[in-house]
Every structure is written in structure tokens, then in C-alpha cells.
Write a protein that binds this ligand. Sequence first.
Ligand SMILES: [Zn+2]
Length: 125
Amino acid sequence: MSGFYSSGNWLQIRKRQLARQPLCESCSDIEPATEVDHIVPITQGGAKRDPANLQSLCRSCHSEKTNAERAGRTWIPRKHQGCDIDGAPRQPWTTRGVGVQELRSRSNGAAPEPKPELIFPKLLD
Ligand SMILES: [Zn+2]
């Protein structure tokens, strides 16, 4: 397997994929992608070279996905995590660059006051 990832053939495929999709496909296209992921892992029978089985990811999303796969969990791309039916984030801290005020105005003031433990999960640990 390591031979494949250092092969000239893969490096070409990888370069082409990052040129085609230079932004992370998991982070709602706001983070530059640095890694090319096999959507269906090769170890699970995924095609090695088929562009349809490739996606561009940032390092952080790629390691999230790899960890989930190793643990046998289903990985959900970040852009599909934590949104309600209207697309409003359930977890305000995941929406980079968007303030709670803006989120509230988008939903016509209907957004519930976020709980402090949802905004500062790390700080309250
Ligand atoms: Zn990402």
C-alpha cells in the first residue's frame, strides 16, 4: 500500500484532484484541501484511481475520517454535521466567521438562545 501512495501515478492523480477541487469538501469549501481521500477506502474495496472515489480534504477532516473508519464508525462530513432541517447550525461554534446574531437574524429571531455549554464546550470541561 505504501508503494502505491509514493508512486508517480498516484502523485499525478492526487495533483489532478487537488487542482480540480482545491478546497476541503467536508468543511463547506472554506478550508484549503491538502489531502486526497478515497471516499470508499481501498481496504474496503474502493477504487484506487477512479476520480469518482476521490475527494479533497483538509488534514483535520482527513484524520477525522480515517479515525472514524479505523474505529468502524460512520464519518459525516463537517458540512452535514449539526444542522437542523432549515440548515441552521445546532452548534454555533462550528460556524466559522458567522456570529450568533447573524444566525438569529437569518432565522427571523426564532433561533433559541444557545446554551453556554454548547458555545464553550471546551472551557466548561
Ligand atoms: Zn476540512
